[in-house]
Design a protein around this ligand. Structure first.
Ligand code: N01
Length: 531
C-alpha cells in the first residue's frame, strides 16, 4: 500500500505482541494509526525465532493477552509451554479476529523519525523512502530483535550455510547427514541443540560460558487443567501481577539459609521436578544473597554431573557463578544430549575461536570442518532495536547521542527531549525481567489512557521532565544494586556487545512498577510536562 504523504494520529513500529495490542488500543480511542513491520508477517519475536525447539518458558496460559476475555476463553493451548509455531498461530489469530491487518504495512523497516517542534508531529521515513507523519510515535520493536553476530575473523569466507537463531529461515532446515556447528550456549542454543543433535550427522557445540539450566518439564496441557484456569482466569492473572517477575512463580517467602540441608534440598527437588523458571522462586533471597544463591547453584551443578556421563564434559558444562544472574535457561534433554556419540563440546573459553575458514571453525590449533554454522549468539538487547532507527527529538538531537553513555528514561516509557515518543517495554521498565505479555499490555493500557486523557483536554504535546527522568534512573540503579544482578556479565547490562555502555537496563519488580505508573497517571501524569 502506498503510504506517501499520509498523516496519522500514531505510527507504531513493530507488529509483534506489543504493536498489535497497541493498534487495538489506539482504535479503541478512535485514533488513526499505521503499524510498520519489517517482517513479511505479524508476530515479532515469534515470527523471527523459528529455530528448532523454540518455545516460550513462561506457561502458555500466562503468556497471552488478557484484553479480551472472549479471546482468552476461546483460544486452546496444547502444551504447558507453547512452541513458537503455536504462539505465531495465536498472534495471527489475534490479527484476524480483531481485524488488525488493514492498518499494518509489512516488509517495511522504519529508518528514521524526526520530531517537528513547530507542528508537534513526527515525520517517519521508511527504508523504501516513503514518509508519513504522526502526532505520536510508538516504538513496539521488542527487547530482543536486533541480532548479534560476532565479528569473528574470516566469517564471510565460510562456504557452507550460516544461520542465526534469531533470524531463522522460513523454509525447513534439514540437518540430516550434515556436520553442524552451534556457537553459543544461551537460551536459544539450549533449546535448539537437542533437536539439531537428533538430526545431524555430527554436532559441535562451541561453548564460551557454561549456563545454568533447569528442566522445563513441558507436557501436553490437559483439558481439565485448562478448563479450571479458564473458570477463574482473573485469579491466575491477579496472582501473576503480584509476583516480582509478573508470572506465577509460587514464590517461597523463606530464606534459603534458614533451613537445614535436607529441607532445602527437598524444596529444590520439588522445583526441579515441577520444572521451569519458578526454580528461582525456591527461596526469597536467591537473587539477593550470595550464600543463599550458592545453595541453588550447587544443587544444579550436582544435577548436571549426574546427567552427563563423561566427567570431563560434565565439568565443562558445569557453570560457575550465580544462578539467575544471567538469564536462567529451561531445557528439554539439554545436558543428556552431550552423552550422544555424535555430539562434541568444544571449549572456547580456554582456546577462543581463532577464525572461521571456508570449511569450518579453527580453535585451539584444531580445525572443525562443518557444513552449517548456527550463530546462537544472542542480541543487542533492549537499546539495539531502538537505536537502529535514527530517532531525532527536539533540536534535532539524536537518541543515539543522548544514550551514548547508556539509556535514560522515565518509567522506560518516555525520554526527555523526545516529546510524544513512547517506548513499549523500554529500558527502565520491567520488560525482560517480567512476563513480557502482561508487561506489554500494562504499557499499551497506560499509553492509551494517557492519549485519551490528552484528547479529552485538547493537549498536543507530552514530554518527561529532567527531574523525573533523573530520579527514575537513580531508582532503577538503586533497586538493581540491592540485588546480585549487576555482578555478572549479562546482556541485561549490555556486557555481551563489545563497546556497549555497561548499564543495568531492566527495572526489577513488576508490582511496584505498576503501582508507580498508576500513581503517575492518577496525579495528572506527574513527571511530565504537557501542553
Ligand atoms: O542469547 P544469549 P540467546 N564467541 O545472549 C555466546 C530470550 N530467549 O539468543 O555467555 C563465542 O543468552 C554467549 O557466550 P557468553 C531470553 O531472555 C528466551 O540464547 O557471552 N560465543 C552465549 O553463550 C534469553 O536470555 C527463550 O560467554 C559467543 C550465547 O552466545 C535471550 O532471549 C528462548 C560470542 C548467547 O546467549 C537471549 O538468548 C530463547 C562470541 N563472540 C531466547 N558472542 C525462551 O523463552 C556470544 N556468544 C525459552
Amino acid at each position: 500500500m502506498a503510504t506517501s504523504d499520509r498523516s496519522y494520529d500514531a505510527v507504531v513500529v513493530g507488529a509483534g505482541f506489543a504493536g498489535l495490542c497497541m493498534l487495538h488500543r489506539l482504535r479503541g480511542l478512535g485514533l488513526t494509526a499505521r503499524v510498520f513491520e519489517a517482517g513479511s508477517g505479524v508476530g515479532g519475536t515469534w515470527f523471527w525465532n523459528r529455530y528448532p525447539g523454540a518455545r516460550c518458558d513462561v506457561e502458555s496460559l500466562e503468556y497471552s493477552y488478557q484484553f479480551s476475555d472472549e479471546l482468552q476463553q476461546e483460544w486452546e493451548w496444547t502444551e504447558r509451554y507453547a512452541s513458537q509455531p503455536e504462539i505465531l498461530r495465536y498472534l495471527n489469530h489475534v490479527a484476524d479476529r480483531f481485524d488488525l491487518r488493514r492498518d499494518v504495512t509489512l516488509n517495511t523497516r522504519v529508518a528514521s523519525a524526526v520530531f517537528d517542534e513547530s507542528a508537534d508531529r513526527w515525520t517517519v521515513r521508511t527504508d523504501d523512502g516513503d514518509t508519513v507523519t504522526a502526532r505520536f510515535f510508538i516504538m513496539a520493536t521488542g527487547c530482543l530483535s536486533s541480532t548479534n553476530t560476532p565479528a569473528i575473523p574470516g566469517r564471510e569466507s565460510f562456504a557452507g550455510t550460516t544461520l542465526h537463531t534469531g533470524r531463522w529461515p522460513h523454509e525447513p532446515v534439514d540437518f540430516s547427514g550434515k556436520r553442524v556447528a552451534v556457537i553459543g550456549t544461551g537460551s536459544s542454543a539450549i533449546q535448539a541443540i537437542p533437536l539439531i543433535a537428533a538430526e545431524a550427522d555430527h554436532l559441535y557445540v562451541f561453548q564460551r560460558t557454561a549456563n545454568f539450566s533447569v528442566p522445563a518439564q513441558n507436557r501436553p496441557l490437559g483439558a481439565d487443567e485448562q478448563r479450571a484456569v479458564k473458570r477463574d482466569y482473573a485469579a491466575l492473572r491477579a496472582r501473576g501481577s503480584q509476583m516480582a517477575f509478573g508470572f506465577d512463580t509460587r514464590s517461597n517467602e523463606r530464606s534459603a539459609l534458614e533451613l537445614d540441608d535436607d529441607a532445602r534440598r527437598a524444596e529444590y527437588e520439588a522445583r526441579w521436578a515441577s520444572g521451569g523458571l519458578p526454580f528461582l522462586g525456591s527461596f526469597a533471597d536467591l537473587l539477593f544473597d550470595r550464600a543463599a544463591n550458592a545453595t541453588a547453584a550447587d544443587f544444579i551443578r550436582e544435577k548436571i554431573r549426574a546427567l552427563v556421563d563423561d566427567p570431563k564434559v560434565a565439568d565443562l558444562l558445569t557453570p560457575s557463578g550465580i544462578v539467575g544472574c544471567k538469564r536462567l535457561c529451561s531445557d528439554t534433554d539439554y545436558f543428556s544430549t552431550f552423552n550422544r556419540p555424535n555430539v562434541t563440546l568444544v571449549d572456547i573459553a580456554s582456546a577462543p575461536i581463532e577464525a572461521i575458514t571456508a570449511t569450518g571453525i579453527r580453535t585451539g590449533g584444531a580445525q572443525y570442518d562443518v557444513d552449517v554454522i548456527v550463530f546462537a549468539t544472542g542480541f543487542d538487547a533492549m537499546t539495539g532495536p531502538l537505536l537502529r532507527v535514527d530517532i531525532r527529538g527536539r533540536g534535532g538531537r539524536a537518541l543515539r547521542d543522548k544514550w551514548a553513555e547508556g539509556p535514560r528514561s522515565y518509567l522506560g516509557l518516555a525520554t526527555v527531549g523526545f516529546p510524544n515518543l513512547f517506548v513499549i517495554t523500554g529500558p527502565g521498565s520491567p520488560s525482560v525481567l517480567s512476563n513480557m505479555v502482561p508487561s506489554i499490555e500494562q504499557h499499551t493500557n497506560w499509553i492509551a489512557a494517557c492519549l485519551g486523557w490528552m484528547e479529552a483536554r485538547g493537549l498536543r504535546r507530552i514530554e518527561a521532565t529532567s527531574e523525573a527522568e533523573d530520579a527514575w534512573v537513580a531508582h532503577v540503579n538503586e533497586v538493581a544494586d540491592s540485588t546480585l544482578y549487576p555482578s555478572c556479565n549479562s546482556w541485561y547490562l549490555g556486557a555481551n556487545i563489545p563497546g556497549k555502555p555497561r548499564v543495568f537496563m531492566p527495572y526489577l519488580g513488576y508490582p511496584a512498577y505498576v503501582q508507580k505508573c498508576d500513581e503517575v497517571a492518577a496525579r495528572g501524569y506527574e513527571g511530565f510536562t504537557v501542553g
